[in-house]
Design a protein. Structure first.
Length: 143
């Protein structure tokens, strides 16, 4: 969904505080779900994201300060990514889905920085999957 799709009056206070979920990246690989989850969490931690497990297949990776991004705008990238491991269409494949936030208050430059950080995280996860001996089938950006 695009940012504009989230303008619901009841959600506005939360959206103002956290930004809108809008787009992200998908890495499809031949890998087990549990292995993909551990690997993605490990990569996010090494890249200095604060990692919080949400459930068995989802975690949140956060970097930066919401407060600082509100006051300093585009100078601070506030990243709050939700990373979900899903079974892919075909047997033996998994999708690592990185949903990125949309901190609209940082302007175009701030949004670009968050998008670049999500792209870097997706690439690092794909690289680690291949280093681990598994095969990356596809990397794709979605909106």
């Amino acid at each position: 969904m695009e940012c504009a799709d989230y303008y619901a009056p009841l959600l506005l206070p939360t959206l103002i505080a956290k930004g809108f979920r809008m787009a992200g990246f998908i890495v499809t690989a031949e890998l087990g779900s549990k292995d993909a989850f551990k690997l993605a969490r490990s990569v996010a931690s090494r890249m200095e994201y604060t990692v919080e497990r949400l459930d068995d297949s989802t975690f949140q990776a956060t970097q930066g300060s919401l407060t600082a991004s509100i006051f300093l705008g585009a100078f601070i990238a506030y990243c709050e990514f939700e990373i979900e491991i899903r079974t892919s269409r075909y047997n033996g494949e998994v999708d690592v889905v990185i949903n990125r936030n949309c901190p609209w208050w940082t302007g175009w430059l701030g949004l670009k920085r968050v998008k670049n950080r999500a792209s870097e995280l997706a690439s690092a996860i794909a690289d680690e999957i291949e280093r681990d001996g598994s095969r990356v089938l596809k990397e794709k950006e979605f909106s």
